[in-house]
Design a protein around this ligand. Structure first.
Ligand SMILES: NC(=O)C1=CN([C@@H]2O[C@H](COP(=O)(O)OP(=O)(O)OC[C@H]3O[C@@H](n4cnc5c(N)ncnc54)[C@H](OP(=O)(O)O)[C@@H]3O)[C@@H](O)[C@H]2O)C=CC1
Ligand SMILES: O=CC(=O)O
Length: 284
């Protein structure tokens, strides 16, 4: 089956290569078109515009940086909306519910099907097809897209109406961003108070707060190494959107607000394109 793929950043590249490896025909598009070349080497075709990709494919997946990018690719000239009649569109970018609902309504009004399906899991899970997919929208379309979700992820959740996938993803990343800051403070406190931070990693790993993120990021943070798997600028975007969701629902979130300030500080220091664990540098 021919699937379209829009957005070949860290995640989109890994996900589309994975689909190709599993026998899907994939037509790709990226704003910086030269990034499609590597995908062609893996067997993909290239569409010149989002509209051209949608026209060619039964359904099209998008993996874009933020709400502004997600909206531009759908609503701009040569965008998704122009060819969506009778086709399906799955936005897997992390955006807020409002953005997702706006895209959904426009696509449905033009006779297309829509799913939002943000994912939990980073570069490596994307390469290994081990993402956690948080889908919501048209259930019949979800069932149709399951073969692709089964390749991309280890588990898919169907969460009901559009907006619920976006909200779930923001809640998860709000927790993750807050944890990263507590972890970073712990590493720094251990070091400054004369402890061996590597021993702290072992102690944490044996106790009740052991988790995959500490295990994965701890050793690289101790080496001040922040090659981007999940760019810090995207984590800060997720904190900002999660705080807005808290605002809407009158949920006090002082911990998340403090974490957001730390990510903003990291961005102001020019660390936005590094991994989100580079927030550690703000304590130095
Ligand atoms: N990296 C991760 O670990 C994870 C990321 N996510 C989420 O997935 C999404 C993608 O993340 P990731 O791949 O890391 O991000 P990248 O920054 O690596 O890639 C972003 C993509 O969006 C495109 N883009 C940006 N602005 C526009 C625009 N105005 N119009 C069209 N295309 C645009 C970029 O195109 P160009 O190449 O031209 O710049 C690129 O293809 C984000 O929403 C992120 O929060 C979710 C889970 C994990
Ligand atoms: O959104 C990032 C992730 O690791 O999940």
């Amino acid at each position: 089956m021919e699937i379209g793929f829009l957005g070949l950043g860290i995640m989109g590249k890994a996900m589309s290569i994975n689909l190709l490896r599993h026998g899907f025909k994939v037509t790709v598009w990226n704003r910086t078109l030269s990034k499609c070349d590597e995908l062609v080497e893996h067997g993909a075709s290239v569409g010149e515009t989002p509209a051209a990709v949608v026209k060619k494919c039964k359904y099209t997946i998008a993996m874009l940086s933020d709400p502004a990018a997600a909206l531009a690719v759908v609503f701009d000239k040569d965008g998704v909306l122009e060819q969506i009649n009778g086709k399906g569109y799955i936005d897997m970018s992390t955006v807020d519910a409002e953005t997702s609902i706006k895209i959904s309504e426009a696509i449905k009004a033009k006779g297309g099907d829509f799913l939002e399906a943000p994912v939990s899991g980073s570069k490596k899970p994307a390469e290994d097809g081990q993402l956690v997919i948080l889908a919501a929208g048209d259930k019949a379309f979800y069932d149709e897209a399951l073969p692709a979700f089964d390749v991309l992820g280890k588990k898919s959740f169907f969460l009901g109406e559009v907006g619920n996938g976006a909200k779930m993803k923001l809640v998860v990343n709000m927790v993750m961003g807050s944890m990263m800051n507590a972890f970073s403070e712990g590493l720094t406190l251990a070091e400054r108070s004369g402890l061996n931070p590597s021993t702290l990693l072992d102690v944490l790993d044996l106790g009740a707060i052991s988790n995959g993120m500490f295990k994965l990021k701890g050793p690289t943070m101790l080496k001040n190494s922040y090659a981007p798997a999940f760019p810090l600028k995207h984590q800060q975007k997720d904190m900002r959107l999660a705080l807005a969701l808290g605002d809407e629902n009158a949920v006090p979130m002082p911990v998340a607000a403090a974490a957001n300030e730390a990510f903003k500080k990291a961005r102001s220091l020019g660390l936005g394109d590094l991994d989100f664990s580079a927030v550690h540098e703000t304590l130095k």
